[in-house]
Design a protein around this ligand. Structure first.
Ligand code: SAM
Length: 266
């Protein structure tokens, strides 16, 4: 009974969230100024230095949405063969690049259709897992398409920030033990928050992703200083921190609310 309620509620929320993503207005600044430059630099350079990761020849972006991050990475990586898959036809309908194959549908089916099984050097899921009820299906597709030793990178909102947001909206509580509604820690132009997600604890992701055939190489997340945390809770503020407060991982000093997990396909 409860499960059914949860599903209905989740579907309703997702339908609302969808229109924000289609416009892609709310996170433009977040991505352009806070995520891309620093996060992707760490993401690309780090494997290159430590894992002998050469320029990928085949890159697959699962849950690519309108494809802007796919295009960004495709260019950054020196234009490898690139595929972007998404379950949502409307969103991917906005993706347009004649050098990238964008296609709507179930990722596993598309991997089969394009004969990509065991072929990709790099797979990304960018801000996808916290947006999907069945995140392990997405991770499983990533695992299917990677070659042995290939790199899987997942970026998402750090669950610790969702907890903060829940304090503000504590009336919205998940009926599913393993799933938490979260507030996207981005203030929109009208100062409201974006509410679309199915988040889990970091431990849940860490435990279950490896079971899909990966070794964890690295996790980059941010820990706010105690003072900042207290203030954010007190004012119910989006926990964006100043540049210099990230004393732990300077390379992501301007992407405070994201967490990056980097895996190698076993
Ligand atoms: C928040 S958007 C992020 C889009 C894009 N990766 C980006 O960084 O802008 C999440 C995307 O995940 C897609 N998605 C959700 N569940 C999916 C699934 N099971 N398979 C493929 N895509 C999925 C949604 O349709 C949506 O486009």
């Amino acid at each position: 009974m409860e499960k059914r309620f949860w599903k209905k509620e989740a579907d309703r929320l997702w339908r609302e969230a969808e229109k924000h993503w289609i416009g892609r207005k709310q996170d433009k600044n977040y991505r352009d100024f806070l995520v891309r430059e620093h996060l992707l630099e760490a993401l690309i350079n780090e494997p290159a230095r430590h894992l002998n990761f050469h320029r990928p020849e085949l890159y697959v972006d699962i849950g690519c949405g309108d494809g802007s991050e796919t295009q960004y990475l495709h260019a950054y990586l020196g234009q490898p063969d690139t595929y972007g898959f998404d379950i949502n036809e409307t969103l991917i309908g906005n993706a347009n690049d004649d050098k990238i194959i964008f296609e709507a549908g179930n990722s596993r089916n598309l991997i089969r259709k394009h004969k990509l099984r065991g072929k990709a050097d790099l797979v990304t899921t960018l801000f996808v897992l916290h947006d999907t009820p069945d995140y392990l299906e997405v991770v499983g597709a990533a695992s299917d398409t990677l070659r042995k030793g290939g790199t899987y990178i997942n970026v998402m909102v750090h669950p610790q920030f969702s907890k903060l947001m829940l304090k503000k909206h504590k009336e919205i509580i998940s009926r599913d033990e393993d799933t938490t509604f979260c507030m996207y820690p981005i203030v929109e132009e009208d100062r409201t928050f974006y509410l679309p997600h199915f988040h889990r604890s970091l431990g849940t992701y860490l435990d279950n992703i490896e079971k899909q055939g990966f070794y964890l190489q690295k996790i980059i997340g941010m820990q706010p200083l105690p003072h900042d945390l207290k203030e954010a809770i007190k004012w119910h503020r989006s926990p964006f921190y100043e540049h210099e407060t990230n004393v732990y991982w300077p390379e992501i000093s301007q992407v405070p609310s994201s967490v990056l997990m980097q895996y190698i396909k076993a």
